[in-house]
Ligand binder design. Structure first.
Ligand code: NAG
Ligand code: NAG
Ligand code: NAG
Length: 617
């Protein structure tokens, strides 16, 4: 009797348990059942009661007040188009019933291999793309891939005998894993359509810095003083704290020299080199903001400083993503027209509580197109712009220690805005196509894996997405010629039996760039669909005047002054000058400028007049 009474009495304040897939409350008995099968972590969301006026939660819960678990980690994706599978949810076959061409074969035929540097974009732009993807997809993907159960020589990973590279190497298959789903984990019955499960929240909320769980943030992140995140100073540089044990995810640290491995609320900040770099920067930026806030508001306590600094940090990450990075690739005018961004600089409020805070499965998937623009060699420069050395970026995966030795982070930082990305040209870097996981795997073709994932996710054919995006029906290969060059249409025709067999990603790979931008049109369509959904479904979206602890108009306009160049000036090692548009290569219109002349925000907008100056107390 007693336990039941306790539950009754405390129910007003007790956490509620939700089924992570269905988003509905479940009974303690059901939770116990999950405990028994050890599926509670994945299949149950524990949500403290929501308070309509509290700020953004680290775990994403209570974003939607009617469906409190939505927005939290391991909740389902939505889809732009429903999936299609073969029987038993195996990847679908061609329309005729034959197997589709091997993923590796398609990759080698559709994407050439080489190294042509972009004259437009910098490496920094690619780092930012990758970092923003890591915010919303499982930060553990890479680690899982390496540490879990890759299998080899399955039919799907087969390499054709006449492969341009592997006819010489003796390797005849690639390791691939099928992404985990609510079904594979055991949250819902096997035999239902697989739905991808990831551990990050679907909201753009700097999960790479603050994590996805409050407990992790409190244990690993917060210093609980002056609103700061924990930090270490080593050789004059500020870092997130490092784990002290050898058992860490930084499998590739070259010991004994390389020891640093970040003990952050999530492991994402130890994965790919670009994510690592950006995670260190946003970590530092949090402390930079908190310190500025304390200067102007000496009466604020740790809690208030921390919450405000986090809120500003997230807003700035989004501001740079929406108003700087995306316009450069997708086209400023296009984004204005499609209402992804607004021109005025003021507030906007398009929140709709009927749209759940979810991610489309297509969005993070099509972002993989960016693999074609990833340079393999990470170039390093000194602070005066002299080229020093280069290192294969794929050899830096799970190798945080590299950044902290030989002043590497200084040189990588300088290189990030001096080196071009790879050109947008249907050509991929050989490291991406042969050594994507560096020494972690003998051979790995990231883009072949991307195409294999396309099939595991059961995405509808490319032509269906064209139809959904642009309203045009495509019945024959010739119909592709309006947006794919004839020579590539010819290759597609050789590879696929019918036009409706073309895989979504294969079509995106070969599309001509969109008018007014640099990206394939179907990529554009599926990316802006999510960019808009974020603004509509995230109750804590930074441009809203009506969210809890909303910015004032003055604060918002200050936050909008921050550019990636300013950001790197503030927290990048040895950076004293930079081109104002640091996602673009420096040039006549965009020449190196002293950081002193790059506009910054004025924290005076956050001045709290109830804080009395100390000398008057
Ligand atoms: C239970 O699940 C957790 C999270 O998935 C996992 O880390 C742990 O190893 C599992 N324990 C057992 C006994 O299987
Ligand atoms: C990068 O890793 C590959 C193995 O994948 C290795 O052969 C190569 O020597 C490494 N490069 C450097 C510079 O360490
Ligand atoms: C596949 O994975 C296994 C186990 O990790 C590894 O031994 C093998 O070399 C990998 N194969 C390739 C082609 O990388």
């Amino acid at each position: 009797m007693l336990p039941l009474l306790l539950i009754l009495f405390s129910s007003a304040n007790a956490a509620l348990f939700y089924d992570s897939y269905h988003g509905v409350p479940i009974s303690p008995d059901e939770v116990k059942r999950h405990d028994k099968t050890n599926t509670t972590f994945w299949c149950v969301n524990e949500v403290e009661p929501c308070h309509p006026l509290e700020g953004r939660r680290v775990d994403g819960s209570c974003n939607n007040l009617r469906y409190p678990s939505r927005g939290a980690s391991h909740t389902p994706f939505t889809r732009v188009l429903p999936p299609v599978y073969d029987k038993d949810f195996e990847p679908k076959k061609s329309a005729s019933g034959n197997e589709l061409p091997l993923a590796r074969y398609l990759r080698t035929r559709l994407i050439s291999v080489g190294r042509i540097p972009s004259q437009v974009f910098t490496q920094l732009a690619i780092h930012y793309f990758v970092f923003m993807s890591a915010d919303v997809v499982s930060l553990h993907d890479t680690i899982n891939y390496i540490a879990w159960r890759p299998y080899c020589c399955a039919e799907k990973g087969k390499i054709p005998h006449d492969d341009p590279v592997h006819r010489f190497s003796g390797v005849n298959c690639l390791n691939m894993t099928r992404p985990e789903s609510f079904q594979s984990i055991g949250c819902i019955p096997k035999g239902t359509t697989p739905d991808r499960i990831v551990s990050s929240t679907p909201l753009l909320d700097l999960s790479t810095v603050y994590g996805n769980f409050l407990r992790n943030l409190n244990e690993k992140g917060r210093l609980f003083e002056k609103g700061l995140l924990k930090y270490e100073v080593e050789n004059g540089r500020i870092w997130p704290p490092s784990v002290k044990t050898l058992a860490s995810v930084c499998f590739l640290n070259q010991r004994p020299q390389e020891t640093r491995c970040h003990n952050m609320p999530e492991d994402g900040g130890n994965t790919l080199a670009g994510i690592n770099l950006m995670a260190v920067w946003f970590w530092r930026y949090h402390n930079f903001i908190a310190t500025e806030l304390l200067k102007i508001n000496p009466c604020w306590d740790d809690e208030r400083l921390f919450a405000t600094a986090r809120d500003i940090n997230i807003a700035i990450a989004l501001q740079i993503y929406y108003y700087e990075l995306m316009p450069m690739f997708l086209g400023y005018e296009n984004l204005l027209k499609d209402r992804v961004i607004i021109p005025t600089g003021g507030f906007r409020d398009v929140y709709n509580e009927n749209v759940l805070p979810q991610l489309s499965l297509e969005y993070p998937f099509v972002l993989r197109w960016v693999h074609t623009v990833q340079e393999g060699a990470l170039k390093m420069y000194d602070k005066d712009g002299y080229y020093l050395k280069q290192y294969p970026i794929v050899n830096l995966t799970l190798r945080t220690g590299f950044f902290a030795v030989d002043d590497n982070i200084d040189y990588i930082t300088q290189g990030s805005f001096r080196q071009g990305s790879a050109n947008i040209d249907y050509i991929a870097d050989p490291d991406i196509t042969e050594q994507g996981l560096g020494p972690h795997q003998k051979v790995s073709d990231l883009m072949t894996n991307d195409l294999a994932k396309n099939r595991y996710f059961g995405f509808q054919p490319y032509v269906k997405y064209r139809e959904a995006c642009f309203g045009t029906t495509i019945n024959k290969f010739e119909d592709l010629k309006g947006f794919i060059d004839p020579e590539r249409v010819e290759i597609l025709k050789e590879l696929y039996e019918t036009v409706e067999d073309i895989d979504l990603l294969a079509g995106i790979w070969v599309e001509r760039p969109i008018k007014g931008g640099f990206v394939p049109p179907t990529f554009y369509c599926l990316v802006i669909d999510q960019l808009r959904r974020n603004v509509i479904s995230d109750r804590h979206w930074y441009e809203r005047p009506n969210r809890p602890n909303a910015f004032t108009a003055h604060q918002l306009s200050e936050a909008r002054k921050i550019t990636i160049g300013r950001f790197v000036c503030n927290i990048g090692d040895t950076v004293t000058k930079i081109q104002p548009n640091a996602f673009l290569k420096a040039g006549i219109q965009n020449s190196f400028t002293s950081c002193n002349h790059i506009p910054d925000m004025n924290f005076g907008a956050w001045k709290d007049l109830t804080c009395k100056p100390t000398q008057w107390q």
